[in-house]
Design a protein around this ligand. Structure first.
Ligand code: S3P
Length: 431
């Protein structure tokens, strides 16, 4: 994919349905009893992997003009798959599905592409094993062979890493455990699983006591229905940052998920003086939703220190850090990101992917084990790598619009993992 410097950006780019919410809608509707219609389900490769795994587990799934219809088989109604369950590139699919499969009576094996097979899985196999499942991995990596146990043992589990995927795996396993399963998180992570369980009629305990304690119990009916997935704010962040950096830009994102455990990107842009307007807000499937308008132009900072992003805000913008790094090059005092070592365990080692591509574009950047420091830099077009990572491909597409000359991104088609048609959508708004 080749990109050239843009003059500005205008329009209303259509975003896919939220990826995290789509996965949860499909997985929980599979264990409900009866039919759930999911409107605006993400057509991304990752969310398609979730649907294929559910079909392989005997769940009737139909895709019907932009909606997905799942006929739930109940919490103990999944059937033993004939072959391997292929989660493709999707960390959310493998980790959340492992939580559900840990409490089934049959054995199953979860695998994925080479990127997914290189990512750490011990973080979920440890608590699920404590609950009574037997899981075999290859040195803590997929394929994961799961011998389920029904019922599992309820546990009280303090998250060692701020990760919504680990939290969700344990909570979903808790639906098939004998008693109350509690996960304790010291920093808030996205709470879509909790909200989706509630949408399906289950009660989820939340209590602030030495961290947030989130509890579920078994035996609760899972009631199906009709739900609409909000548009994906993380997908929208590429347009928000592109607009912020391009003078005269005016972008509107409609019906976007604005869950506070995801929306830190909006606060960061506002704090940088970007004109971000929240036009209308509502609620869809127990999730806050809004229309967001972003107009071009970065404000002038009140001091000469680099912007700092670190600490407990990191999990709330973890997927936006590649595009924030591109933004950092345009900030008058640059940007420092710390406490983000989790980025090294994403679809690629994102700290390394960001730093390498920025250096190729002539940026002045220092790499740390847990982040990076970027000095303000005029970017120059270069031949970049996506490293097979959708968010790197899309972040550097925006960098290409800001750079002098031509930028080429090898393997940019991996953007389909979360945003089908990203490059056409981008072309539609660039001027
Ligand atoms: C996700 C959680 C995050 C995020 C990922 C999606 C989810 O991962 O990076 O893209 O849907 O739960 P971790 O929870 O492992 O940080």
């Amino acid at each position: 994919m080749r990109l050239r410097k843009a003059l500005t950006m205008k329009g209303v780019p259509r975003l896919p349905g939220d990826k995290s919410i789509s996965h949860r809608a499909a997985l929980i509707s599979a264990i409900a009893t009866g039919e759930t219609r999911i409107n605006n389900y993400s057509a991304s490769a990752d969310c398609t992997s979730t649907l294929q795994c559910l079909k392989d587990l005997g769940v009737p799934v139909e895709v019907d003009s932009g909606s997905v219809v799942v006929t739930g088989v109940g919490r103990s109604g999944l059937s033993r798959p004939e072959g391997l369950l292929d989660c493709g590139n999707s960390g959310t699919t493998i980790r959340l599905l492992a939580g559900i499969l840990a409490g089934q009576k049959f054995d199953s094996t979860l695998t994925g592409d080479s990127s997914l097979r290189s990512r750490p899985m011990e973080r979920i196999t440890a608590p699920l094993t404590e609950m009574g499942a037997s899981i075999t991995s290859t040195e803590g990596k997929a394929p994961l062979k799961i011998q389920g146990r029904d019922p599992l043992r309820a546990i009280d589990y303090r998250l060692p890493i701020a990760s919504a995927q680990i939290k969700s795996a344990v909570l979903l396993a808790g639906l098939n455990a004998d008693g109350v399963t509690t996960v304790v998180e010291k920093a808030p992570t996205r709470d879509h699983t909790e909200r989706m369980l509630e949408w399906f009629g289950m009660s989820v305990g939340r209590e602030e006591r030495d961290g947030m304690r989130i509890s579920v119990s078994n035996g609760q009916p899972v009631s199906p229905g009709l739900l609409k997935v909000p548009a994906d704010l993380s997908a929208g962040s590429f347009f928000m940052v592109g607009a912020a950096c391009l003078p005269g830009a005016d972008i509107t994102l409609e019906g976007v998920g604005m869950n506070t455990t995801r929306s830190a990107i909006v606060d960061v842009l506002k704090n940088l003086g970007v004109a971000v307007e929240i036009i209308e807000s509502s609620v869809e499937c127990n999730e806050p939703v809004a229309t967001i308008r972003v107009r071009g132009g970065l404000g002038n900072p009140s001091n000469d220190l680099p912007s700092q992003i670190n600490g407990t805000i990191i999990p709330n913008l973890i997927d936006e850090i590649p595009i924030l790094a591109v933004l950092g090059t345009q900030l008058p005092n640059g940007l420092e990101v710390r406490d983000a070592s989790e980025l090294r365990h994403k679809e690629s080692d994102r700290i390394s992917s960001i730093v390498r591509n920025l250096k190729l574009m002539g940026a002045d950047v220092t790499e740390y084990a847990d982040g990076f420091h970027i000095k303000p830099s005029q970017l120059i077009g270069a031949r970049l790598e996506s490293y097979g990572d959708h968010r790197i491909a899309m972040a550097f597409a925006i960098a290409g619009l800001l750079a002098d000359g031509e930028t080429e991104i090898a393997g940019a088609e991996c953007s389909e993992v979360s945003f089908p048609g990203f490059f056409q959508t981008l072309q539609g708004v660039v001027r």
